[in-house]
Design a protein around this ligand. Structure first.
Ligand SMILES: [Zn+2]
Length: 454
C-alpha cells in the first residue's frame, strides 16, 4: 500500500533524472562514525543493523569485501543477489513511461553482467529460496519509498539491501544500477575522494552533506587511480537555487564540472574494482586448472583490464593482436606434432643406422633431415594442427606404425607418417603439397635404389 501512496505523489516530479542525494544508507555504526567526523547523515538513511556500537571504528571505516566466495569454475568471486518477493509486480514511471518490476529486473541483470566481463567479480542471480546457502547476499527490493535507488556500503553478513525503484535502471544513461552495486562492493563517491579539491568545488549548501563531504584519508583506500570524471560513482551536476552548479570545477565554482559517466562503468571504475579486490594477484587461470581452460590452450578470457594472466607450470603466456591472453604449453611440453616427430626421428635414425654408408645413403640422410626441417618451419609456432583441432593431451590420434621388418618397409612407413604430418601441420600455402611431393619422391628413389630385389 505504501508503494501506491508514494506513486501518487511522486509521479509528477520525476520528469527528469533526479540528483542522487542520499543514495547510500548506513548502519548505525557507520553513521556514528561519519557523524563523529562532522558529516550530516539523513536519519532516514540509517538502517537497523546488528552492528556492535562498541566497535564503531572497526565496523565503519573498514568495509568487508566480497572476497569470501571464490569460485574456481567461474574464475570469479561470486556475489549472489536476488529479487525480493513481489518485486516483479512493482511499477514506477520514468519520463512518462511505466517501468515494471520485470523491466527493472531485466535492466538490472543486463547491467550487473558487466562486472564479470570487466572484473574478477560475478553477480550471480539466485532465488530467494537459495539465499540461506550464502554467508552474504544482496537483496534487491523497493520496500521503502524514500530509499529510491540506494544501497548500503560494503559487504554485510546475511542480507545486504539494495533499493531499486523500478525506474532506477533507466537513470543517468543507465549507470545507476552499477553505481548502487559498486556502493555495495564498498565504494564511495568519486567526488568525495580526499584529493577532490584539486579537481572540483562543491556547492556550499552541500559541502557537509554525507554524499558530498570530502572523505578523510583514513577512510579512503588509495588505489592509485586518477580523478575520474567518467566514473559512474561521480554525481552528475545539477543547479542549486542560487544558480550555481552543485559540483563546479576547482578553479571556478560557477562552471559545472565536466562529469560524463561512462556506461557500463568507466575504465578507472573497472581498474579500481580489480585493484580493490586484488584481482591481478589471484592466479585465476592457474587455479582453474588446465582442463577448465581447454587443455593446452589455457585461455584467460574475460579477465580484468590490466590483468596479466599467470600461466600454470609448463605454460607460456601468449598475447594476440586482440590482447586476448592465452597460456600455451611451453617448448618442454609435447604436442601431438612433437610426439609424432620424435617417433619418426627415432625410427629414421634406426633406419639410417642400419644402412650401409654409401654416397646414396648419405645423400638420403641429408635430404630427409633437410626436409624434416622444412616441415618444422612450416608448422605454426605452437605446433598445433592447421585446423586447430588437435590437443597435445588428446589421445589415440597418432596412428603411425613403424613395425616394418625390412628397411624398405620401414622407409615406406616413415614416409607415410611424414606425408600425413605434412598434410596436418604444414600450414603455409603450398608447403604441404611440396613437402608431400618431396617425401614421396625420396621414398620412390629409396625403394628403387635399395629395394630392387624385394
Ligand atoms: Zn551513490
Amino acid at each position: 500500500m505504501k508503494i501506491f501512496e508514494v506513486l501518487a505523489v511522486s509521479s509528477s516530479e520525476i520528469a527528469t533524472d533526479q540528483p542522487e542525494l542520499d543514495d547510500i544508507f548506513y548502519n548505525k555504526c557507520q553513521a556514528a562514525h561519519l557523524e563523529s567526523q562532522g558529516y550530516k547523515v539523513d536519519p532516514k538513511m540509517i538502517i537497523e543493523d546488528d552492528c556492535d556500537m562498541e566497535d564503531v571504528r572497526a565496523a565503519s571505516s573498514v568495509y568487508s569485501k566480497w572476497t569470501n566466495m571464490w569460485d574456481p569454475e567461474e574464475n570469479k568471486y561470486i556475489i549472489p543477489y536476488y529479487y525480493a518477493e513481489g518485486y516483479a509486480d512493482l511499477s514506477y514511471p520514468y519520463r512518462g513511461v511505466t517501468q515494471t518490476g520485470v523491466m527493472s529486473m531485466a535492466g538490472i541483470n543486463k547491467n550487473v553482467a558487466h562486472f564479470e566481463t570487466l572484473t574478477c567479480l560475478k553477480m550471480k542471480l539466485i532465488t530467494e529460496a537459495e539465499k540461506d546457502e550464502y554467508e552474504s547476499v544482496i537483496r534487491v527490493h523497493w520496500d521503502d519509498p524514500d530509499k529510491r535507488c540506494s544501497s548500503g556500503i560494503g559487504r554485510c553478513t546475511g542480507i545486504c539491501e539494495i533499493s531499486m525503484r523500478p525506474d532506477c535502471h533507466k537513470w543517468h544513461s543507465e549507470t545507476t544500477v552499477n553505481h548502487e552495486f559498486m556502493h555495495r562492493l564498498g565504494f564511495r563517491h568519486e567526488h568525495t575522494r580526499p584529493d577532490r579539491d584539486e579537481w572540483v568545488s562543491i556547492h556550499p549548501n552541500l559541502v557537509d552533506e554525507s554524499n558530498y563531504r570530502k572523505l578523510p584519508l583514513s577512510d579512503w583506500e588509495d588505489l592509485d587511480s586518477p580523478y575520474d570524471f567518467r566514473s559512474i560513482l561521480h554525481y552528475t551536476v545539477k543547479t542549486e537555487d542560487d544558480g550555481l552548479p552543485t559540483i563546479g570545477i576547482a578553479s571556478d565554482p560557477s562552471i559545472g564540472a565536466p562529469v560524463h559517466r561512462q556506461w557500463p562503468m568507466s575504465d578507472q571504475d573497472a581498474f579500481q574494482l580489480n585493484a580493490f579486490h586484488a584481482c591481478e594477484i589471484n592466479d585465476k587461470c592457474a587455479d582453474a586448472g588446465e582442463d577448465r581452460c581447454g587443455g593446452s590452450r589455457h585461455k584467460c578470457l574475460n579477465q580484468p583490464i590490466g590483468y596479466t594472466c599467470e600461466c600454470a607450470d609448463d605454460y607460456d603466456l601468449v598475447i594476440n593482436a586482440e590482447e586476448i591472453q592465452t597460456c600455451v604449453r611451453d617448448g618442454s611440453e609435447e604436442t601431438q606434432y612433437t610426439i609424432r616427430m620424435e617417433k619418426i626421428n627415432e625410427h629414421l635414425t634406426r633406419l639410417i643406422d642400419s644402412l650401409e654408408k654409401t654416397r646414396y645413403t648419405n645423400k638420403y640422410t641429408r635430404k630427409m633431415q633437410k626436409k624434416i626441417e622444412h616441415l618444422d618451419a612450416a608448422t605454426n609456432e605452437e605446433k598445433f594442427r592447421c585446423d586447430g583441432s588437435d590437443r597435445p593431451d588428446g589421445e589415440g590420434e597418432d596412428i603411425a606404425v613403424f613395425d616394418g621388418e625390412t628397411n624398405c618397409k620401414l622407409a615406406s612407413q616413415i614416409n607415410s607418417a611424414l606425408v600425413s604430418a605434412s598434410r596436418k601441420w604444414a600450414c603455409r600455402k603450398g608447403s604441404a603439397n611440396r613437402l608431400v611431393r618431396h617425401f614421396n619422391k625420396y621414398n620412390r628413389q629409396f625403394q628403387a635404389r635399395m629395394c630392387s630385389d624385394e
